[in-house]
Design a protein. Structure first.
Length: 368
């Protein structure tokens, strides 16, 4: 059985979106008869699990402080640890540039192929020395390092189209195990007299999700209720400014566990995903889009990345082409019969395109 070693800044079992992605990819590789192990990160190394879903996991400590952070960019993990694992393939997840080139050189000496799983094109703000270092790292990684890899697993069409002319490239969006009980797909679909909206995520204060536009729009509708998970009200005010006056239909819940967030999404009528159309958002693909569909919850979304390949306007979600359209979309939803909302939620449940099992042929293009 051939071995795959997955390395990167993911925190197993489900502490970040990165963990969701690499675990789904690992499940597919196991189905393809590969033995997969992980070297991720952990903010509490003493409590970090070493067996996750049957996979061996040996994380390194999360880099606290500038010195350890720079070390991670330059090295991340000792090369001898990689060689001791005796992998046939190494998959680097959104990996730092210098560390990528170092691992590539060492692995090639031992006949090991190196792939990169890329899910983003960061745009550091250059506000301080740390941001400047990140800017240098991102530019070296995206414009040089990734083109030297033996293969690329791209999360979006944007990244696939950019790198496919330089190396072997496959297109794999965020995937899930559709058979996992956490999706609760056999439960009865219901709705209520008030339209229940949800935003679940960290927002990034406008760099990623435009939660401010969502809040301003929803606050105008008394027959709608918005639950915000991943941010407290005070954090929102710090990042975006004061809430609209007489805003009584929005509740902030702060950070919760991944499973609690999924439960909240399952109980909502719609999830909101409003983003600026820029390179960062077009290069990525929102995990929350995939998870919302799996939960049977339609999305109200702008068409960043290649979301348009999966969302059918008024069927399994609503497309917002311009921020000014959000008010009219919400008005339309507020007047919808409850039976139509249930029909849309059923359409989401019937969309199985993101199940990891659907991407075996794509993976076979790299893993032969």
């Amino acid at each position: 059985m051939k071995r795959v070693l997955y390395i990167g800044g993911f925190e197993l079992p489900d502490k970040n979106a990165a963990a969701q992605r690499v675990m789904a990819n690992a499940l597919l590789l196991r189905k393809m008869k590969y033995e997969v192990s992980f070297i991720g990160i952990s903010k509490d190394i003493k409590k970090a699990p070493h067996i996750v879903n049957g996979f061996i996991s040996n994380p390194v400590s999360y880099p606290m402080g500038i010195t350890k952070w720079v070390y991670q960019i330059l090295s991340f993990v000792d090369a001898t640890i990689i060689i001791k694992n005796k992998p046939d393939y190494v998959v680097l997840y959104n990996f730092p540039s210098i560390a990528s080139l170092r691992i590539l050189r060492i692995c090639h000496k031992h006949g090991i192929k190196v792939f990169q799983d890329i899910t983003e094109w960061e745009e550091p703000q250059n506000k301080n020395v740390r941001d400047y270092i990140r800017w240098l790292d991102v530019n070296l990684r995206m414009h040089y390092c990734l083109k030297k890899m033996d293969g690329i697993i791209a999360i979006s069409k944007f990244l696939y189209n950019y790198y496919s002319s330089y190396t072997k490239c496959i297109l794999v969006p965020p995937t899930i195990d559709i058979e996992n009980k956490k999706w609760n797909r056999n439960s009865k679909i219901t709705t209520s007299s008030v339209v229940r909206l949800i935003y679940a995520g960290t927002a990034g204060f406008g760099v990623k999700d435009r939660l401010d536009i969502i809040v301003n729009a929803v606050s105008q509708f008394s027959n709608m209720h918005l639950d915000v998970y991943g941010m407290t009200e005070s954090e929102y005010i710090l990042g975006y400014g004061n809430l609209p006056q007489e805003c009584t239909n929005i509740v902030f819940h702060g950070r919760v566990s991944h499973i609690d967030a999924l439960f909240a999404v399952q109980n909502a009528d719609f999830q909101l995903l409003i983003r600026d159309k820029n390179r960062k958002n077009n290069a990525g693909f929102p995990t929350k889009f995939v998870e919302s569909m799996a939960c049977g919850t339609p999305l109200i979304a702008t068409l960043t990345s290649n979301i348009a390949d999966y969302i059918l306007d008024s069927k399994n979600g609503f497309v917002v082409n311009d921020y000014n359209e959000l008010d009219s979309v919400l008005q339309k939803i507020s007047e919808m019969p409850k039976s139509d909302i249930i029909k849309m939620k059923n359409s989401c449940r019937n969309l199985n395109v993101f199940d990891y099992r659907n991407y075996e042929k794509e993976f076979m293009k790299l893993f032969k």
